[in-house]
Design a protein around this ligand. Structure first.
Ligand code: SAM
Length: 159
């Protein structure tokens, strides 16, 4: 599979999973956290899905498309490993983390802190969607929507 095919499949999985958990998240109170704002594409998608929710986005710095940039009080800059700590206990209904790099050695370091952070920001019943696997006792894997291959993108519910 070419890198282009692989990229398209990853983004398709990302979109299909975000669509599949919309109703589940709507049943749960709490803000939405977007770890890795990037260009703001998934932020924009989440904004369409959850127009009345507070959506807090995180990134090292803001480099999103201007129409997909959160208001300043919902944008947290800096390394998520540190900046995310202040949000533990916020009771989020959804945490989406798209901060994988495709470089195993970098992602291995991210995986030393990301699962615990994601579990910590979610309320009970809250949903985690991630490009990296979140192996953590409180995070129960949910079935993937049809057409999404195991291991391409990940979805969990916090116990
Ligand atoms: N989902 C986004 C979109 O649809 O536009 C794309 C996210 S992009 C793949 C990943 C982003 O995560 C990058 O902007 C990068 O700066 C940010 N990122 C990765 N690791 C981070 C970390 N430890 N702290 C802060 N930001 C991080």
């Amino acid at each position: 599979m070419s890198r282009l095919d692989s990229f398209i499949r990853r983004l398709t999985a990302q979109r299909d999973i975000l669509n599949s958990i919309r109703d589940l998240v709507k049943e749960t109170e709490g803000p939405v956290l977007e770890f890795g704002l990037g260009n703001g594409r998934t932020y924009d998608h989440l904004r369409e899905h959850f127009p009345t929710r507070r959506i807090i986005a995180f990134d090292r710095e803001v480099h999103s498309y201007s129409a997909s940039t959160p208001p300043a009080n919902d944008m947290v800059t800096g390394d998520i490993r540190e900046s995310g700590q202040a949000f533990i206990g916020i009771g989020a209904a959804l945490a989406h983390a798209d901060i994988g790099t495709g470089h195993d050695e970098i992602d291995a370091i991210t995986l030393t802190w990301l699962p615990q952070l994601v579990a910590g920001v979610l309320t009970s019943g809250g949903v985690a969607v991630s490009g990296l696997p979140l192996d953590w006792p409180e995070l129960e894997p949910l079935p993937l929507p049809d057409g999404v291959k195991e291991g391409r993108y990940f979805v969990y519910r916090r116990k």
